[in-house]
Write a protein that binds this ligand. Structure first.
Ligand code: MRU
Length: 365
């Protein structure tokens, strides 16, 4: 991803590993400050996922794969206790965030690759190599989603997106934003309507930042304005990412996605979801079976913002003290509202998602 830092254009990935240190673009500070967070141990990496220094399904997955590698590098006891340790670490990562499937997919991938190791040296080599391969393959799948999804975008289109499904939510390129990036590189013009995405503001903070870096035209809109623009004929297509997709094509994504899909249907606007196969939980029959993360109510009762004088992120209260609040982080969009799911293997009708399982060519299957 392109990032203009102090006037210099640089190419970044969201997450990478240097020796035993996991490096992350610190998403709590964007768009106000660009800083790399360095995690020196697997517990710290798990905390970075929990506290949303890194967020977005494929980005969480790649971070967890590096975190697993860190845990294996840290192990310094007898090899006969290694399996029990690995089981514990796996569970530790599972507890960080419950909904995004890529996390579980990545942890399982590394676990399965190292569990049959002959000794700790072998396990360490495999963990280092496989975690890097996982992240590289994840980026490649997102790139492919962009190349495939670009065909949906005609010159001059107005596109609505929700939350951040860009490079910051992945290792690179993005899911929903990847087709937009590719279209932009191929000189197609577009205007992107960016839902601000209460309560964590991933749209106005992160999607807007990414589009700005790329020079793609956009307008931030209040979440509740999307229906207005759709009804006025100002939106030609909606594209979002996903945190988990069920076998019946139901999609779990950031809270508010469901209502956008319903309003899109009401206005005959195509509604696409973009995700790599690592987001699809083939064991899960329906969206109803997916656990929805409910986050701290404080996120709804106030807002985070950047205090330019103190140069720090601060919280302000926007509601009466003593108020109660509910804060589900995701919702389920039933498959009937989805026009197509853009994957690295092509665009699938949601009711054909089972077929994708047979077509996966990725090393991560
Ligand atoms: O709570 P977050 O910020 O991790 O939620 C992220 C989203 O809902 C994204 O839209 C989703 O992960 C798809 S993006 C690749």
């Amino acid at each position: 991803m392109k990032a203009v830092i102090n006037g210099e254009i640089r190419d970044y990935q969201t997450v990478w590993m240097e020796d035993d240190v996991v490096c992350l673009i610190n998403q709590l500070l964007l768009p106000h400050r660009f800083e790399i967070y360095r995690s020196r141990g697997y517990m710290e990496t798990a905390d970075a996922i929990k506290n949303m220094i890194v967020r977005g399904a494929p980005a969480i997955g790649a971070t967890a794969s590096y975190g697993m590698a860190q845990a294996i590098l840290e192990y310094d006891s007898e090899f006969n206790g290694f399996k029990a340790y690995l089981d514990e670490v796996r569970e530790f990562f599972h507890q960080t965030r419950p909904t995004a499937y890529d996390l579980f997919h990545a942890v399982e991938h590394i676990y399965n690759k190292v569990i049959e190791s002959s000794d700790i040296k072998d396990a360490r080599q495999k963990a280092t190599k496989e975690s890097r391969r996982y992240a590289e393959e994840s980026a490649a799948m997102c790139r492919r989603i962009g190349e495939i999804g670009e065909d949906l975008l005609e010159n001059g289109m107005n596109i609505l997106t929700h939350c951040n499904a860009g490079a910051l939510a992945c290792v690179d390129y993005g899911t929903a934003l990847s087709p937009l990036r590719m279209a932009h590189y191929n000189k197609k013009k577009m205007h992107v309507y960016v839902d601000e995405t209460r309560p964590r503001m991933q749209g106005s903070r992160l999607t807007a930042w990414e589009l700005l870096q790329e020079g793609i035209d956009y307008s931030i809109i209040a979440d509740n304005a999307a229906g207005y623009f759709m009804s006025k004929g100002e939106i030609d297509l909606v594209i979002i990412g996903a945190d988990r997709i069920a076998l019946n094509g139901d999609v779990v994504n950031k809270i508010g996605s469901y209502e956008k899909a319903v309003v899109a249907r009401e206005n005959n606007i195509p509604f696409y979801v973009a995700a790599p196969h690592s987001t699809i939980d083939f064991k899960c029959k329906s969206g109803k079976d997916i656990k929805i993360e409910e986050r701290n109510r404080e996120e709804v009762l106030g807002m985070l913002g950047f205090d330019r004088e103190r140069k720090e992120v601060r919280k302000i209260r926007t509601s009466p003290g003593g108020s109660n609040a509910r804060n589900p982080a995701f919702d389920v969009t039933p498959s009937e509202y989805i026009t197509g799911i853009v994957t690295e293997e092509g665009i699938y009708k949601p009711d054909k998602i089972k077929k994708l399982r047979d077509n996966i060519r990725s090393i991560l299957s």
